[in-house]
Design a protein around this ligand. Sequence first.
Ligand SMILES: Cc1cc2nc3c(=O)[nH]c(=O)nc-3n(C[C@H](O)[C@H](O)[C@H](O)COP(=O)(O)OP(=O)(O)OC[C@H]3O[C@@H](n4cnc5c(N)ncnc54)[C@H](O)[C@@H]3O)c2cc1C
Length: 453
Amino acid sequence: MSADWTDALATALGAPVQTDADILASFARDQAPLAPAGTPIALVRARSIDDVVTTLRFANERRIPVVTRAAGTGLAGGANAVDGCIVLLVSGLDRIVGIDEATRTAVVEPGVLNGVLAKEVAARGLNYAPDPASRDISTIGGNIATNAGGACCLKYGVTGDHVAALKLVLADGTVLRTGGLTKKNVAGLDLTRLVVGSEGTLGVIVEATVRLLPAPRPPSTLVAFFETLDDAARAIVTMNAGADLSLLEVMDQVTVSAVDEMTRMDLDTSAAALVLVQSDARDASATIARCEEVCHRHAAKSVLCTDDVEEGRLLLGARRMALPALERKGTTLLDDVAVPTPAIPEMLDRIRRTGERHGLVIGTFGHAGDGNLHPTIVFDRADAASASSAFEAFDEIVRDAMRLGGTISGEHGIGSLKQAYLGPMVGEAERALMARIKAAFDPNGILNPGKAL
Ligand SMILES: Cc1cc2nc3c(=O)[nH]c(=O)nc-3n(C[C@H](O)[C@H](O)[C@H](O)COP(=O)(O)OP(=O)(O)OC[C@H]3O[C@@H](n4cnc5c(N)ncnc54)[C@H](O)[C@@H]3O)c2cc1C
């Protein structure tokens, strides 16, 4: 592929630009194996904000697409290359600039790993709450660009709820600051929140100021196994409605069996579902005891409760292994739908019926407390019929979530994977407005074209 501008870009940056096809191929995709991806022409490893500005100015003048990439752990193809693009790698900008206990904020470069920041602030008795399961491998910039969720969202909200301010480079190289340090701020439109979840389509985040909380109280934990998925789902809805919970997760039988096979944790693989609950409320132990009663009322097979933090952490280990365990079973098509919590029993039932109809194995796990489910379709990629059934099942699940008043993506984003569903989800008027907002930020449409909106 032609690369007649890459030398000029290297000169502008004062540093080499990577054009080796094998290296470029390794930066062409994120972790969504089936999301569409193109072929990049160049890889720029940003070493400074100036490198980001220079790259964007250069690309904007020549109308070259730019795909910002951080750790590449996305699950919707958001960081996937488009044909002829520059991949702008920002994971090297990974300094914690400062932690301010007075304003309870931290200023970080975008490539700081979530887990690194979380540990650093925990050492000062503070808490960076957003906790995607990928926190040890994904970046704060990527988390903000995808508005990443996690188990704690049930109580503490998503990434966007913890972003105070951003430094953003626009497509033409303009450097912009949005937001501020104050908790209250109603000066003009909330551009910070607009950039959150925009998947690199509005600008490149080069610095973020995030909010910190006091360290949470030690949690109490409950683990319950159920005879039927419906009993588990109804217990989830009841517990969620009435208690101060910090975590409420579900795993179906397929997922529990896969995890047990991988970890030998001795889980009850005959149960139809496993439900994990935590509370860090002032009366956590009593809250969990009330949840135990709810589980028994919904015919739980067995319930285990503990106030021991380490035991609770070990029990949650089963949930953390859900995706890797299912990935060992075959090619996986991971979905990320969310429904209003009262619709969880119906959604779980529809997913089960979809699997049966197509003769497919679907392992479902997820953040049940906020209705965010990850039905994971396991299929044989080498078998065309199996692959086609998997995509049909995926389509049915996404459309069922919409029918039940839910969303096509709870936390992974639209990327290149779910483009087809955004119109049906938001309607043409809203989608057209999104396109006009995008054009205001990026008139030449160079930033991650074909993603997010
Ligand atoms: C095992 C595993 C578990 C996961 N668990 C969760 C989970 O619990 N919750 C969840 O929400 N997600 C989860 N994910 C998905 C993924 O980790 C998140 O989407 C994460 O936020 C992506 O961060 P990243 O640094 O890898 O970004 P990338 O994948 O590199 O990029 C993601 C998107 O953000 C854009 N982007 C990245 N950096 C910037 C920047 N500085 N400025 C502008 N745009 C930028 C990219 O263009 C792309 O559109 C998981 C993934 C894996 C592999």
